[in-house]
Design a binder for this molecule. Structure first.
Ligand code: FES
Length: 111
C-alpha cells in the first residue's frame, strides 16, 4: 500500500506536522499547528488574498495554484521560493519558515 503523506517541518520552531494527500499546506498546519501548544489561531483568508499564510519554502516542492493575489505574493517573491500555504499542496517533504503568526517558545534557549 502506498501512502502519500508528507512531513512539513516548521522553522524556526523545528516542529513537524503531517500533510495528507490532497491537503493544502495550510490545511495541515491548521489541523496540527495553529491554535495548539500556545500558537495563535489562524486568522487569514484561505483564498490567496491576504498574505497571512505566506512562508519561505526552504526545502521541498509544492504544487502552487496560479490564481492568487499578486499583492499577497508578488512574482519576485514566488521566484525566490516564497509560497502562500493556502494555495500550495506538498509534492515532497517540506521545510518552511513561517513569516507571521508564530509564537516562539521562551524555553528554547540552548546556551
Ligand atoms: S490565508 Fe490569505 S493568502 Fe493564504
Amino acid at each position: 500500500m502506498v501512502s502519500s503523506q508528507y512531513t512539513i517541518r516548521i522553522e524556526p520552531l523545528g516542529k513537524e506536522v503531517m500533510a495528507k494527500e490532497e491537503e493544502t499546506v495550510l490545511e495541515a498546519l491548521r489541523r496540527q499547528f495553529y491554535g495548539r501548544d500556545g500558537q495563535p489561531f489562524f486568522p487569514g483568508c484561505r483564498r490567496g488574498g491576504c498574505a497571512y499564510c505566506k512562508a519561505e519554502l526552504l526545502k521541498g516542492k509544492v504544487d502552487h495554484h496560479m490564481i492568487y493575489s499578486r499583492a499577497a505574493l508578488p512574482d519576485e517573491e514566488r521566484n525566490k521560493n516564497f509560497i502562500l500555504t493556502c494555495q500550495s499542496r506538498p509534492l515532497s517533504d517540506l521545510t518552511l519558515r513561517l513569516l507571521k503568526g508564530v509564537h516562539r517558545s521562551p524555553n528554547n534557549k540552548n546556551s
